[in-house]
Write a protein that binds this ligand. Structure first.
Ligand SMILES: *Cc1c(COP(=O)(O)O)cnc(C)c1O
Length: 219
């Protein structure tokens, strides 16, 4: 399957999920996750109309942003765990950061950011899994306050990667929980849903689905 075909299929599935959820298509942003895929695959998706891309690794994001600088309107979001020494790449090349879970990283990003605050999602470890990044629910209010005090970051929402279940439906209680947490603190955006479960995420209120494999194929 070509990238354009993968994209068209995902787009059709998003539309259907939006209809089922009674939501307008524009209420969900599709982030095409291009990590470990070549810049040529991003070009292909761009030519098919896709503008928003998600990258996990800071240096890869920096390199691809440079290589694809000729494409107007192309936007990268950083979606993976970040080390403080690489925050500078994200501060410079990303239009948003989805995996903020530590004050140290937030401080470094704010220090390095120029040209307007960086929109950030706080990542919540909704399944309280030892293997996953993200703050615990209990630590969320403190992180929110810390990040809120930084001049060059703006918290726009919450993000999660739910525990791996045997079917997409298994993720729904976790998505619902994230929505509840966001509502409680007045955050409007929810970055949730991947190839495995993006329709379930849309039904639970996702405003940004991060889809890689269904568009670009296996990594
Ligand atoms: C890789 C990745 C995705 C995309 O996963 P797919 O299963 O390929 O759709 C989404 N979110 C995060 C944080 C990722 O690391």
């Amino acid at each position: 399957m070509s990238v354009a075909e993968g994209l068209a299929r995902v787009e059709a599935r998003i539309r259907l999920a939006c209809v089922q959820a009674g939501r307008p298509r524009e209420s969900v942003q599709l982030l095409a996750v291009s990590k470990l895929k070549p810049a040529s695959a991003i070009r292909e998706a761009y030519l098919a109309g896709q503008r928003y891309f998600g990258e996990n690794y800071a240096q890869e994001l920096r390199d691809k942003a440079e290589e694809l600088a000729d494409l107007p309107g192309l936007v990268f979001h950083a979606i993976g765990p970040l080390q403080t020494n690489k925050a500078k790449y994200v501060a410079k090349a990303a239009a948003a950061f989805h995996a903020l879970d530590r004050r140290e990283v937030a401080e470094e990003l704010s220090k390095r950011r120029q040209g307007g605050p960086l929109p950030c999602f706080l990542e919540v470890n909704v399944g309280a899994e030892a293997s996953k990044s993200g703050v615990t629910e209990a630590a969320l209010p403190a992180l929110l306050a810390q990040v809120g005090a930084l001049p060059n970051l703006r918290v726009v929402g919450l993000m999660c990667l739910p525990p791996l279940g045997s079917q997409p439906e298994d993720a729904r209680p976790y998505f619902r929980r994230l929505k509840r947490l966001a509502d409680d603190v007045g955050l409007l955006q929810l970055s949730m849903g991947t190839t495995l479960d993006f329709e379930a995420a849309i039904l639970e209120g996702s405003t940004c689905v991060r889809v890689g494999t269904a568009i670009f194929g296996e990594r």
